[in-house]
Design a protein around this ligand. Structure first.
Ligand code: FMN
Length: 301
């Protein structure tokens, strides 16, 4: 059976991946490299990985012969590096920061992880070669990866970065609507209720604060972002779940009681009423606007 290659490529593209740059040296020592999203981890013991290389690539022969190669997993700010190594430019390494690593393999600076491999096996597979490498050295750093889906780059950390950039202005706050046992976690300030807020307007600060109280939050997505004219700042609230023993000063208010609860902040009261509606309807929405008026957008069940 023959397939339309374009349709097949598009269907393969439905699989979202990260982006890597595969590097090696040709026999005279010149560094060579190409961008690949066909990287897959294969085995932990022995430590094996693979990458597929088109036989039509300029560097195919060099990689087919090379005793070593390296895999560099790109970070979210390395889109230009991906573009550079996806080109056929003869001097790719003159335009990116890199350093020689183990086995003298070229390692791309700023990559999220780097694996230096000895060639384990070379498999002839249709119009590609499968390079299977045995990992000899590796290093990994903190950070967000560069993603690739249907021919476009995407960034997994972008929502978090945007929310934190918005919440970084003066008078801003970052909080969360956290579900727990058919209810919502609220702080009880002498009978007046508030949603949990982060000490600093970052998601890490919110999760660290809740963890210090013995709670385990699981954050899903941004639930509301609005300008609060009463504080002159921006408010960002996430949606998620929480588990753990209820710490002093907190209550779980059942969903059925949310609309009548004594919530101190009117914007939070509105948000909780919307949350109860969303929950009843089995769908979720995102709110954007001001502390009193705005728009909601449905984002699915
Ligand atoms: C995001 C992305 C992923 C890619 N993945 C692969 C891949 O897995 N295998 C491959 O052979 N080419 C892949 N390519 C294309 C090569 O990077 C491109 O053909 C490059 O020119 C090869 O370099 P060379 O000709 O200098 O060897 C990809 C390109 C992009 C932009």
């Amino acid at each position: 059976m023959t397939h339309d290659p374009k349709a097949l490529r598009n269907a393969f593209g439905a699989f979202a991946t990260g982006v890597t740059v595969i590097t090696t040296r040709q026999p005279d020592g010149t560094p060579r490299g190409f961008t690949a999203n066909s990287f897959t981890s294969v085995s932990l013991d022995p430590a094996l990985l693979l990458v597929c290389l088109a036989k039509t690539a300029h560097s195919a022969e060099v990689f087919a012969e090379a005793p070593h190669f390296a895999v560099n997993i790109l970070a979210q700010d390395q889109k230009a590096v991906s573009g550079l190594f996806a080109s056929r430019a003869p001097d790719k390494f003159d335009h990116c920061a890199w350093s020689p690593g183990p086995a003298d393999m070229p390692l791309v600076d700023g990559a999220l992880a780097q694996f230096t491999c000895a060639r384990h096996q070379l498999v002839d597979a249709g119009d590609h070669l499968i390079l299977i490498g045995r990992v000899e050295h590796f290093a990994a750093a903190e950070g967000q990866p560069l993603g690739y889906f249907r021919g476009n780059y995407f960034s997994i950390g972008i929502e978090k970065d945007l929310a934190e950039a918005a919440a970084a202005t003066k008078g801003s706050r970052l909080g969360a609507v956290l579900a727990c046992n058919n209810g919502v976690l609220l702080r009880d300030e002498g009978g007046q209720l508030r949603l949990p807020l982060a000490p600093e307007p970052t998601l890490d600060s919110l999760t660290a604060k809740l963890a210090s109280l013995g709670l385990s939050p699981e954050i899903d997505f941004v639930y509301a972002t609005f300008d609060d004219r009463t504080t002159g700042g921006h408010a960002v609230y996430y949606h998620g779940q929480v588990s753990g023993t209820l710490p002093p000063g907190f209550r779980i208010v059942p969903l059925a009681d949310l609309a009548q609860a004594q919530v101190a902040n009117p914007a939070e009261a509105q948000m909780l009423a919307r949350y109860a509606d969303d929950f009843r309807n089995g769908s979720f929405s995102i709110y954007h606007g001001t502390e009193s008026t705005g728009q909601t957008r449905q984002i699915g069940a």
